[in-house]
Design a binder for this molecule. Sequence first.
Ligand SMILES: *[C@@H]1O[C@H](CO)[C@@H](O)[C@H](O)[C@H]1NC(C)=O
Ligand SMILES: *[C@@H]1O[C@H](CO)[C@@H](O)[C@H](O)[C@H]1NC(C)=O
Ligand SMILES: *[C@@H]1O[C@H](CO)[C@@H](O)[C@H](O)[C@H]1NC(C)=O
Ligand SMILES: *[C@@H]1O[C@H](CO)[C@@H](O)[C@H](O)[C@H]1NC(C)=O
Length: 132
Amino acid sequence: MKFALINAFALLSAAALAVQAMPLTLMSRDVYTPPITYPHAGTVWTIGQTHNVTWDTSDPPVNITNKIGMIMLRKDNLTTPLILENSFSILLGRIEVKVPWVVDGDDYQLVLFGDSGNFSPYFTINGSGVAF
Ligand SMILES: *[C@@H]1O[C@H](CO)[C@@H](O)[C@H](O)[C@H]1NC(C)=O
Ligand SMILES: *[C@@H]1O[C@H](CO)[C@@H](O)[C@H](O)[C@H]1NC(C)=O
Ligand SMILES: *[C@@H]1O[C@H](CO)[C@@H](O)[C@H](O)[C@H]1NC(C)=O
Ligand SMILES: *[C@@H]1O[C@H](CO)[C@@H](O)[C@H](O)[C@H]1NC(C)=O
């Protein structure tokens, strides 16, 4: 949440600067971050597996500011430095990721970044046998 807020503030101040600096034609661009539909609550992933992360692209705005997506891993309400996938089109609606070597836990989430970040529900990663 904190992360999302900071992002939103950064975006707002960037937008405020942009409004002063940019010509009118560039002002009609839209912030776009579609919601993650998989993994969902109750999903269990095992280390080393490959899964399609999916998100809802049914309603994209006409002028998307940033079409490049990135997926990062969160644990215990904190975004980790782990990037699961980067530099894909946010309009794809799905991307394969490999489950990384991490400690077992039921408090994982993904963040899908387009312009800002959207969190998935909490899900489980299992397989290391290490939990704390
Ligand atoms: C999209 O951008 C174009 C060119 O900048 C502009 O003419 C058009 O009005 C914009 N459309 C919307 C829905 O914002
Ligand atoms: C991901 O989705 C694509 C397209 O539906 C499919 O070809 C591929 O096998 C899927 N990958 C996994 C790991 O399920
Ligand atoms: C994570 O955030 C949610 C929603 O803000 C909160 O309900 C939950 O207690 C938090 N969990 C931890 C471990 O801090
Ligand atoms: C996670 O793995 C442990 C040991 O490998 C197993 O006992 C447990 O049932 C697994 N949990 C889930 C949710 O699959």
